[in-house]
Every structure is written in structure tokens, then in C-alpha cells.
Design a protein around this ligand. Structure first.
Ligand code: GDP
Length: 329
């Protein structure tokens, strides 16, 4: 494969090239990996930035309905929108909560939208890398908005927050956090809470839920440098479209503010550094465990730690002494 040509195709906004590029970064084959790295390097352009939005919510809260309505509104305003899904369920069940092709039917036919269902899980720790690299390719393809959707059960959200600019939590009217299956940690990373289904008989309950969450957010620590009224809670309806403009306005207000204060660039720089170090860490572990003796020693010490015969710290020290006999911490 010619990575220069693929990179050019992606930068020209060619959807087929983008699809193929994402398939390539999703692959764990060693030769594909080398190509993927060359591709990512070739498309890197700090001047092309999308607004990266992490969007989380438990199943049934209206994520796909919201993304479709919100996405169509953005494309209607002349923007290009990409949607990526992170589905932690696929590793265990083989099925997928988010990957369903019938979701977002209208948006998927919009020429200014690109929807990529989540791949089936193959390797541990691979989800983060693949998602981040898919975001990078969408950004290189000139999308203005990249939405990364997660199911809101807790595993993926912190990871997605490490690769996005804004984090949005979608909730349904009524019910406390526990009823809605929302983990406190997700509330803490949310920049914006949207209480969906604020239509018909649900307008009142949605407004009440919004007020409850606004109160809860006020008790949480504001992120350094953000405007006083963030994180904030709003009521929206993905079905009627009510509040969708306001949601976008809140996102741009926060994004503009962060750009102005330098927070935006600092966060992205810290994220890049995090993923660089993560890549080194993962690569080191892969190389270490590729050696049969090392893997056997890891297993043996792991078992000893599991049985309580060896303290974790002692086992780690023994492993490191074995790997680096010349060095002492
Ligand atoms: P997801 O599982 O989070 O992607 O949720 P869906 O988008 O599939 O929506 C779940 C159900 O809620 C569907 O029956 C939708 O029609 C309904 N729904 C989604 N958004 C709204 C809304 O704004 N108002 C109302 N009344 N129903 C909604």
C-alpha cells in the first residue's frame, strides 16, 4: 500500500481513503502497524483541528437519536461531522451495543457526515490506541466536529476524556445517578450534562432533573480556568430538536474560552504526551512478554503474588532485577 497516496486521499477528504485508513490503524498485524504509523505521520498537521467531543450515556438515553439530530444540525450549518463509537462490550459478548448499522440512518447518508461503528475488540489496550488514531485520521480529513460515543458504564469514559476536548454526558429525565447507572467519575469529567427527552409530558421532569444536576455540578470542582457557569446542565430533546442550538452554543463558548486562555493547547499537549508515554509503556510490555523466559517469570511471580506468598512490591523488584541486573532503583 502507498501510504503517501492514502494520506493525500485522507487529507482531500476522500471517505474511502479515510475508511481504509481507519481499517489499517485498527489492524494489529505487524506489517499493517508499520504502514499505519507511516500514514499517521504523513497526515499529521497541527493546523487541522476538529472539536473533539466525547459523548457518553447509558443505553436507551437517546445517544444515537441525539447524535443524528445534532449531527444533522451541524452539517446543516455547513460543518462536517464524524462519529466514532467505542464499545467495550464487544470483547466479552462478541456483540455490540453501539455498532448497529441501523442507527443514525439519516446522518449516515449525509455526504458531510462520516459514521464509523466500533470495531470488534481484539487486543487488550488496543481500543484506546485505535480510537485515538481514528480521531487523528478524521481530523486530518478536515472534519470540523468529531464525536466519540461511549456507553457510559465507566471503563471507556476516562480513556475517551484523555483524547477529546469536551466531554458531554447525556441523561434521561428523572432518577438519580444510581438509577441512571451513571458513575460519579463520569459526572466529574463532564463539561456539559444534557438531559434528553425534554419534550411532551417530559418537559417538566427534564427541567427538574436538569436543575438537580446543575446543583450537583456546582458542588464539584470547576476545572481550572473554565468560565464560572461550567460545567453546566441543559435540557434538550433529540426528537423535537429543542435545546440543540443551545447545546452547541455551550460547547463553542467553552471551546473558545479554553482556546483563548491557552487551556485548549495545554490540554492537547498533555494528552499527546500521555499517549506517547502510553505507547512506550505498551511497547515495552509487549517486547518483554515476547520473550518466553520473561513471560514465564512474570507468570510465576504473578501467581506467587496472587497466592499471597510474595508482596507485589517484592515481586516487581525481583522482576526488574532480573531484567536489568546491572541497575538498582
Ligand atoms: P441509545 O441507546 O442511547 O443510543 O438511545 P436511542 O437513541 O436508541 O433512543 C432510545 C429510545 O429513546 C428510542 O425509542 C428513542 O426514540 C427515544 N428517544 C431518544 N431521544 C428522545 C427524545 O429526545 N425524546 C423522546 N421522547 N424520546 C427519545
Amino acid at each position: 500500500m502507498d501510504m503517501k497516496a492514502m494520506a493525500q486521499g485522507i487529507r482531500n477528504g476522500d471517505r474511502r481513503a479515510l475508511s481504509r485508513g481507519i481499517t489499517l490503524v485498527e489492524s494489529s498485524r505487524a506489517d499493517h502497524r508499520a504502514d499505519a504509523i507511516a500514514l499517521l505521520e504523513a497526515v499529521t498537521d497541527p493546523d487541522r483541528q476538529a472539536v473533539r467531543i466525547g459523548l457518553s450515556g447509558t443505553p436507551g438515553v437517546g445517544k444515537s437519536t441525539f447524535i443524528e439530530a445534532f449531527g444533522l444540525q451541524r452539517t446543516g450549518a455547513g460543518q462536517r461531522v464524524a462519529v466514532l463509537a467505542v464499545d467495550p462490550s464487544s470483547s466479552r459478548t462478541g456483540g455490540s451495543i453501539l455498532g448497529d448499522k441501523t442507527r443514525m440512518d439519516l446522518l449516515s447518508r449525509d455526504p458531510n457526515a462520516f459514521i464509523r461503528p466500533s470495531p470488534s475488540q481484539t487486543e487488550l489496550g488496543g481500543v484506546a490506541r485505535r480510537t485515538r488514531e481514528a480521531i487523528a485520521l478524521c481530523e486530518a480529513a478536515g472534519f470540523d466536529v468529531v464525536i466519540v460515543e461511549t456507553v457510559g458504564v465507566g471503563q471507556s469514559e476516562t480513556m475517551v476524556a484523555q483524547m477529546t476536548d469536551l466531554f458531554v454526558l447525556l441523561l434521561a429525565p428523572g432518577g438519580g445517578d444510581e438509577l441512571q447507572g451513571v458513575k460519579r467519575g463520569i459526572m466529574e469529567i463532564a463539561d456539559l450534562i444534557l438531559v434528553n427527552k425534554a419534550d411532551g409530558a417530559m418537559v417538566g421532569p427534564a427541567q427538574a432533573t436538569r436543575a438537580d444536576y446543575q446543583g450537583a455540578l456546582r458542588l464539584m470542582r470547576r476545572r481550572d480556568g473554565d468560565p464560572d457557569d461550567f460545567p453546566k446542565a441543559l435540557a434538550v430533546s433529540a426528537v423535537s430538536g429543542a435545546g440543540l442550538d443551545g447545546a452547541w452554543e455551550a460547547m463553542t463558548t467553552l471551546a473558545d474560552h479554553r482556546r483563548k486562555t491557552g487551556h485548549w493547547d495545554r490540554t492537547r499537549a498533555a494528552q499527546n504526551r500521555h499517549w506517547f508515554e502510553d505507547g512506550v509503556r505498551q511497547g515495552l510490555m509487549r517486547r518483554l512478554t515476547a520473550d518466553a523466559d520473561t513471560r514465564a517469570a512474570m507468570d510465576r511471580l504473578g501467581d506467587a503474588v496472587g497466592r499471597g506468598e510474595t508482596a507485589p512490591a517484592a515481586a516487581a523488584a525481583e522482576m526488574l532485577a532480573r531484567l536489568f541486573p546491572e541497575q538498582r532503583d
